[in-house]
Design a protein around this ligand. Structure first.
Ligand code: UTP
Length: 408
C-alpha cells in the first residue's frame, strides 16, 4: 500500500492533490482504504477527456438478419435448435444490474422498483417471470448470473432473498460484482464522495465478462458445459430471456453472436443501430450517425440501416474467452455525480456535472467475427425503463406490460 507521501507525489504529478484536503481528519482504517483507492487510479483514462476527435470509422453495410416474417416461417426449426441447447445446459443468462440508474432517481437498485399498480410487481420480478416462461417450456432452470456493483450488491442479494427469488431456484443464481472507475468534474479533477473516498461509479456495461472471470465464474460456466451467454439489461421489463427461438436462430445460422433488434421507423429515432463495419459487426450510436446514413433507403424504400439494438445479446463463450484480454476502448460519459464540495458538504446534482469512464458492450459486439440481427416486435419485447415519466419510462413500460397481458 502507498504511504501518504507516495500518494501525494502521485497526485501532484497528476494535478490532483486537492483530494488530500481532509486526509488528516480520517481514521487510520479510512486512511489506508483511501490510499489503496489512490494507488489503483487508472490515470490513462484521464487523457481521454476533451478528446473530441471522432475515431475514424470504416465502411458500413447492412448486417445479416432474420426479420419477423422469416422468423415466423422458420419458428419451429429455430425453436427446436434452441430448446436442445437449453436442455443440454449450454445457455446461461447474465443480468446486467450494476448500473446506477440515475435517470430514474430511485434510491434502491433499479430492479427493486415496483411497476405494479394494484399489487407489487418489481422490475426484477418481471425479468424472472419472463425467464420462468422458458424454464417451464424446456423443463430445466437456466443458470442466471447477476452482475451488481459494490454500491448495490448487498441490497440486490437481500432483495432477491427476501422475495424468495421470485420463484426461481436459488441454486441456479450467482452474483458477481463489477469493477469501479473514478469520476471527475468537467475540468478532469477527481471528485470526492466522502472525505476519505474518491467518487467512483461502475465501469460500464462492457466489463461484465472480465468481471466474471475475475470472480472465477468462467470456471463455473465451463464446469456446467455452458457454450452461450445471453446478456440483458435490467430495465427492459418485456424482453424474452434465453429465448429458444433467438438462441436457435443464432446457432443454426453458424453465428458467433446474436443481437435482438427492433425496427427503426423514423430516421431520427435515437437508437444504436447494428451494422457491419468493414465486414465486422458494429453498432453505430445515433449521435455518431451522419444524416445521410440515418436516411439512406433500401430498394423497397424502407430505411437501409434499421436494426436498433436493445441490449439483449447472445455471445459464444469460446469467443468471449478469446477476447477477454483484449484492450477495450474507454468511453468518457457525462453523468450526474454525487460528491462533496471543498467544505465537505454533500452535493446531489440535478443535472450532469462531470464524467465517468465506461466500457461498453457495443465494443464487445465489434470484437465478434459474426453476429446475427434477430428482429423482435417492439411492442412485445421493448419496454425499457430509464425515466419516471415520458420516453422510455415507468409510464410507457406499464402501458406495454398491460398490452402484453401482464396484470399490474
Ligand atoms: P444504462 O446505460 O441505462 O445506465 O444501463 P444506468 O447507469 O443503469 O442508468 P443511468 O444512465 O444512470 O440512468 C444499461 C444497462 O447496463 C447496466 C444497467 O444496469 C442496465 O441494465 N449497467 C450499466 C451495468 O450493469 N453497469 C454499468 O456500469 C452501467
Amino acid at each position: 500500500m502507498y504511504t501518504k507521501e507516495q500518494a501525494i507525489k502521485l497526485l501532484q504529478d497528476n494535478n490532483q492533490e486537492h483530494v488530500m484536503k481532509f486526509f488528516d481528519e480520517l481514521s487510520d482504517e479510512n486512511k489506508s482504504e483511501f490510499l489503496t483507492q489512490i494507488e489503483n487510479i487508472n490515470w490513462s483514462d484521464f487523457k481521454l477527456i476533451g478528446d473530441t476527435e471522432a475515431a475514424s470509422r470504416g465502411e458500413f453495410s447492412v448486417p445479416p438478419a432474420v426479420e419477423i416474417s422469416e422468423i415466423e416461417k422458420r419458428h419451429d426449426e429455430f425453436e427446436a435448435v434452441g430448446i436442445e441447447a437449453l436442455k443440454k445446459g449450454e445457455v446461461a443468462a447474465v443480468l446486467l444490474a450494476g448500473g446506477m440508474g440515475t435517470r430514474l432517481g430511485f434510491d434502491l437498485p433499479k430492479g427493486c422498483f415496483n411497476v405494479g399498480e394494484t399489487h407489487e410487481l418489481f422490475i426484477f420480478q418481471c425479468l424472472i417471470n419472463n425467464l420462468m416462461d422458458v424454464v417451464n417450456q424446456v423443463g430445466c432452470f437456466v443458470p442466471l448470473y447477476i452482475m451488481t456493483s459494490e454500491k448495490n450488491d448487498a441490497t440486490t442479494r437481500a432483495f432477491f432473498k427476501e422475495h424468495n427469488y421470485f420463484g426461481y431456484n436459488p441454486d441456479y443464481i450467482q452474483y458477481f460484482v463489477q469493477d469501479m472507475a473514478c469520476a471527475v468534474d468537467y475540468n478532469g479533477k477527481l471528485l470526492l464522495e466522502e472525505k476519505g473516498r474518491l467518487a467512483t461509479s461502475p465501469n460500464g456495461n462492457g466489463g461484465w465478462y472480465a468481471s466474471m472471470v475475475k470472480a472465477g465464474l468462467d470456471k463455473d460456466l465451463k464446469a456446467k458445459g455452458v457454450k452461450w451467454i445471453n446478456i440483458f439489461a435490467v430495465d427492459n421489463v418485456c424482453q424474452r430471456i434465453a429465448d429458444p427461438v433467438f438462441v436457435g436462430a443464432t446457432i443454426a445460422g453458424g453465428f458467433q453472436a446474436g443481437s435482438k433488434v427492433v425496427r427503426k421507423v423514423d430516421p431520427q429515432e435515437k437508437m444504436g443501430l447494428l451494422c457491419l463495419e468493414d465486414g465486422k459487426p458494429s453498432i453505430v450510436e445515433y449521435y455518431e450517425m451522419s444524416d445521410e446514413m440515418a436516411e439512406a433507403k433500401a430498394e423497397d424504400g424502407s430505411l437501409l440501416y434499421k436494426y436498433g439494438v436493445i441490449l439483449n445479446y447472445l455471445f459464444s463463450l469460446e469467443k468471449l474467452d478469446d477476447i477477454v484480454n483484449n484492450n477495450m476502448l474507454v468511453h468518457v460519459v457525462e453523468k450526474k455525480i454525487p460528491h462533496i464540495d471543498e467544505d465537505g458538504n454533500h452535493i446531489s446534482p440535478e443535472s450532469p456535472n462531470g464524467y465517468k469512464f465506461e466500457l461498453l458492450v457495443l465494443d464487445m459486439v465489434h470484437m465478434m467475427d459474426s453476429n446475427l440481427a434477430f428482429e423482435v416486435d417492439r411492442v412485445r419485447e421493448f419496454a425499457p425503463i430509464k425515466n419516471l415519466h415520458g420516453v422510455d419510462s415507468v409510464d410507457s413500460a406499464r402501458e406495454l406490460l398491460k398490452k402484453n397481458g401482464v396484470v399490474l
